[in-house]
Write a protein that binds this ligand. Structure first.
Ligand code: SF4
Length: 457
């Protein structure tokens, strides 16, 4: 998962884009970057680190230009280093002329890369964004194709998830894969147009109106206006009738104040909590969320059961999300530094601990231990999603079967491993009952039903 943001218009593009990226920081914290066009040349800044450290005011205000695209990275393909960070600047004979950034991950990377290497295209990274960007430039520059045809061919050839931004000297081209895996929002501001991963970024830049970019849609955006080209998504999906939006975005990744896949994320999270409560009969003293992504789920659970909600775990906001730290040692460190229990609160109590998901099981085990260490009598863990049993190949870092606890253990074994007094999940069917238009979603990490049949990297 990553975040993208772009702006073209009358305001200073670098500042609006940096602000958009700052708001999308939860989608990736390893590196960030921005490419800006002033109509003559493209300038790129990218570094490892947080938006506020890399794209700070004094630096950004020196970047003149009316169009910019940017990226926050969370590594799925390729190691976390500068070469793999985005945007990618794509040089041509006349100097750098294009920049490309995308959110997602593709399943036929190796095949396509070999194919384009044979065409004498050289790569500086092993990142799929560079591959798609260079494929596009190849089609435009070497094959002389029009952008509309080149993007259509990209959609025919590239399998998997990509919400993409392509910057030229005077335009931004924004397109989304035919499955619509990752979100993408298009907004109109007072003086221009913006495109970003989540609607919350549109709220913060005060967009006057916004909408979701459709699967298999291309937007051609200049200072003067925006034009939409809609390809036949069903044909591009090889007959699959429905999109495959990532259900995990609703459960965990998106900010709760975003509107995504035509639903309000916080409402869906509350309903997931209510769904858990409907099938539960445990008596307890308090419902405690694992903050922040489970807050609304715990609220839903509490509302439904009448068991009081308490924020018994205090989260430090100055540390990244544990799940998206790239190595286990950093993840372990993060859990200890991230949560602290309210000691006097837990003493002698029977607790319902609500979390959004269990991936590896190590984080929740530490939290259960922490709460018991604070004196809780019992800890009953309730997970507002189905067991994660299968890896994701579309942009989420669950790379191997071995790392997924639900792939190795049944629910009782997981309960024992995490040292909880009881454990309950939602089923895939229950998750589907909560989502609007559930047929439009991907559930592959829960049920192994991969929407893109190649299915493996
Ligand atoms: S496999 Fe899971 S995480 Fe990946 S796109 Fe599908 S629902 Fe999302």
């Amino acid at each position: 998962m990553c975040g993208i943001f772009g702006y073209i218009g009358k305001e200073k593009a670098s500042e609006i884009t940096a602000l958009g990226l700052f708001i999308l920081q939860h989608r990736g914290q390893e590196s960030c970057g921005i490419a800006v066009s002033d109509g003559e040349k493209l300038t790129l800044i990218k570094e490892m680190g947080y938006v506020k450290e890399v794209l700070y005011q004094e630096r950004i205000e020196k970047l003149d230009g009316f169009a910019a695209i940017g990226h926050v990275r969370y590594p799925t393909r390729g190691t976390p280093n500068l070469a793999n960070s985005q945007p990618h600047l794509i040089e041509t004979l006349n100097g750098p002329a294009y920049a490309f950034a995308s959110n997602g991950d593709i399943v036929n990377y190796k095949t396509l890369r070999k194919e384009y290497e044979k065409k004498q295209i050289f790569f500086h990274s092993d990142n799929d964004g560079e591959l798609i960007g260079k494929m596009l430039v190849y089609k435009l520059e070497r094959e002389g194709k029009k952008i509309i045809d080149a993007v259509k061919e990209i959609m025919e050839e590239v399998k998997g998830a990509y919400s993409a931004l392509f910057l030229t000297k005077n335009r931004i081209y924004a397109f989304r894969d035919p499955w619509g895996f990752r979100p993408m929002i298009f907004g109109r501001t007072e003086g221009g147009f913006a495109i970003g991963s989540e609607s919350v970024a549109m709220d913060i830049i005060r967009a006057k109106e916004w909408r979701e970019v459709e699967p298999a849609e291309l937007l051609i955006i200049s200072q003067e206006g925006a034009e939409s080209v809609k390809y036949d998504e069903e044909v591009l999906r090889k007959g699959r009738k429905t999109p495959a939006h990532c259900s995990f975005e609703i459960i965990y990744f998106a900010r709760p104040d975003s509107y995504q896949y035509r639903q309000f994320v916080h409402e869906k999270r509350m309903q997931l909590g209510e769904k858990l409560a409907e099938k539960d009969n445990i008596k307890a003293d308090a419902v405690v969320p694992v903050p922040d992504s489970s807050n609304f789920m715990a609220l839903g659970y509490s509302k439904k059961t009448g068991i009081p909600l308490c924020f018994g775990l205090i989260r430090s906001h100055y540390i990244g999300r544990t799940f998206i730290k790239p190595s286990q040692s950093i993840r372990d460190e993060s859990v200890r530094q991230k949560f602290n229990p309210l000691y006097r609160f837990f003493h002698g109590k029977k607790i319902i601990l609500v979390d959004d998901s269990i991936v590896r099981g190590t984080t929740i085990r530490k939290i259960v231990r922490m709460i018991k260490g604070a004196g809780a009598k019992e800890v009953h863990v309730r997970i507002a999603s189905p067991p994660v049993k299968f890896p994701c190949y579309y942009g989420i870092d669950t790379p191997t079967y071995e790392e997924l606890i639900a792939n190795k253990m049944n629910i009782e074994e997981i309960r024992k491993f995490i040292e909880a007094d009881s454990l309950m999940y939602l089923t895939v069917e229950e998750l589907q009952e909560v989502l609007d238009s559930p047929e439009n979603f991907c559930y592959a990490c829960f049920n192994g039903d991969y929407p893109v049949l190649e299915g493996k990297k």
